[in-house]
Design a protein around this ligand. Structure first.
Ligand code: AP5
Ligand code: MG
Length: 213
């Protein structure tokens, strides 16, 4: 089973991917997480990626395609995968089609998480992530704060989670990513999930029920 999550920054792609990963035991492939791992390596390429991501722009298609293709072709993904944050423009969507065709695979479900913009800013600005297990929490909606312990890890903030960069990421999303909604609608695999203020579990239940039907 191959799944794809689409949605604006902070819409909850990572949160839902992790819930679905736990439920169906298929791995999440988050290009954002893979790129952030690269930035913490301290390499020259890592420094350049950090600069691009801090501004809210996209990194080059070649880099992300290389990361995704390596993962999808690995034994880790033999029972399926969950794509989170890729593809993000029409060119990446066509490259993904070609890659999947060459592996005789396809995407069965595309979930578009649709959340009002005013909630998006609050979700990003308040987001904290465990630097070890990747658990995602929010300072506005939970008792966890930046610097708190999470198992063996610590909750940290992302460099791109400030109001200015979030506004820029939203602009880039509407210009470059929204056009791929139609690309998947035409394939007949798109499901729109409306997110609001009632927490992530209701969305997870809706997604699971679509998959089970
Ligand atoms: P990436 O890391 O993918 O960021 P993004 O797309 O902006 O999405 P986010 O991770 O910010 O949000 P999310 O939808 O995962 O929300 P989350 O679940 O965390 O990419 C970062 C950067 O990397 C890009 O800007 C770009 O530079 C680069 N990049 C990545 N992929 C690329 C690609 N393919 N091509 C080129 N460049 C690429 O939730 C957010 C918060 O809300 C959390 O605090 C969470 O607890 C809370 N929350 C979630 N759901 C709910 C809910 N239902 N109710 C209440 N709170 C909720
Ligand atoms: Mg994410």
């Amino acid at each position: 089973m191959n799944i794809l999550f689409l949605g604006a920054p902070g819409s909850g792609k990572g949160t839902q991917s992790k819930n679905i990963e736990n439920k169906f035991n298929i791995p999440q492939i988050s290009t954002g997480d893979l790129l952030r791992a690269e930035t913490s390596s301290g390499s020259e390429m890592g420094q350049e990626l950090k600069r691009i991501m801090s501004s809210g722009q996209f990194v080059s298609d070649d880099i992300v395609l290389q990361l995704v293709s390596k993962k999808i072709s690995s034994s880790e993904c033999e029972n399926g995968f969950i794509l989170d944050g890729f593809p993000r423009n029409l060119s990446q969507a066509s490259s993904l089609d070609e890659l999947l065709k060459s592996l005789e695979l396809s995407i069965e479900y595309v979930f578009l998480i649709d959340v009002p913009t005013d909630l998006i800013i609050k979700r990003c600005v308040g987001r904290i992530t465990c630097d070890t297990c990747g658990k995602i929490e929010n300072e506005f909606f939970s008792d966890f704060r930046e610097g708190d312990k999470c198992g063996d890890g610590v909750f940290v903030k992302r460099v791109d989670d400030n109001e200015e960069t979030v506004s820029n990421r939203l602009k880039v999303y509407s210009e470059q990513t929204e056009p791929i909604i139609n690309f998947y609608k035409k394939k007949g695999v798109l499901h729109r999930i409306i997110g609001g203020e009632d927490g992530p579990q209701r969305l997870t239940d809706e997604i699971i029920s679509i998959i089970k039907n």
